[in-house]
Write a protein that binds this ligand. Sequence first.
Ligand code: NIG
Ligand code: FE
Length: 419
Amino acid sequence: MERIDLLMIGIGQLVTPPGNVPRCGQQMKEVQVIKDAAVAIREGRIVTFGPVELVLERLTDIEVAAIVDVGGRMVTPGLIDPHTHLVHGGSREHELALKRSGVSYLDILAQGGGILSTVQSTRAASEQELFTKAYRSLDEMLLQGVTTIEAKSGYGLSVEDELKQLRVAKQLNDMHTIDIVSTFMGAHAVPLAYKGRTEDYVDLVIHEMLPMVAEHGLAEFCDVFCEHGVFSVEQSRRILLKGREYGLIPKLHADEIQPLGGAELAGEIGAISAEHLLAATDKGLAAMAEHGVIPVLLPGTSFNLGLDRHARARDMIDIHELPVALSTDYNPGSCPTESIQLIMMLASLNLKMTPEEILTACTINAANALGRGHEIGSIEIGKRADLTIYDAPNLAYLPYHFGVNHTFGVIKNGKVGVW
Ligand code: NIG
Ligand code: FE
């Protein structure tokens, strides 16, 4: 072993799911807890970890450049937020009163508000303005302990404006500590110019947007808002299959409001993940389990929309043995929060997930929802040294003591991101 760049000692509890692959069903509860632990890092990767005496023994006669003592705090893999609408212009607090008076999310959209209102602000904003706003959000996420996120386009809805959003995401990935994985979501809503002509808009997505996104290498994934009154199952299938021809891996906003068959479609085409799923049927969940589709649950969205329904996380874990992931869904409409720790609390409160399941959902399962299970999402030798340090004695403390930020520090790629 060559020299060590950073040795982290004084870890009261090191808590991580094991391995690289998605953790399904009951496996989600099985996390490794190492007391009085240490982690050694070289060139941004984990070289060794375990009980401190063991690690020190392994490092005998090896030069250590820097040692940091985290004072008995808890450490987990860096948190991963696999579903965000990071890059957008403006905000939608003007819709709050409408929402609170009971007007539904889809009705606001049908009246030209909702997503379409953010489309206007995003089109009007310069790349510099979009960059600055999103950069602030990334700072907030990093402070919460997040080291990798996904970011979707879908507020441009024209060839040029979709590319603009994706270019900004790429620039943010280059400039910010957090890694950003991009998803093309031109099929997020039907723009006003195509009102009543959804098929024509689907053609635009397929024949003009997808080739450009692929040509410029601006996204890894393709997503569609498959929902009653937005894009049908058939239209979603066409877009996602064409996207795959261009090398974009399919994802899906599925069965959020109505049981349209999005979960079934995700299974049928072997999507990497299906997201929301409040209204998914058992048949749909079974299809997802059969084809290894990861459910990404967004409890902040049902909370913020004031719904009394929630995704059936317990059935997904206990009956269908699915590998549940969690995410903020950060966006200016249905879930304006960057706080993954609020999501952890809501997953406990409303989805009845245990602290261990929540950690697995925010680390290794989230990593796999982004096709990065081999690189991030768990503390394993050879993986990226992305670590979050908390001012908390144990895992259950995170959803228990709510409304505050427990993160004490973040290591990203072996370097201090926040302290
Ligand atoms: O995941 N459901 C569709 N898209 C986003 C909301 C976008 C918005 O309202 O601006 C979501 O909830
Ligand atoms: Fe979303």
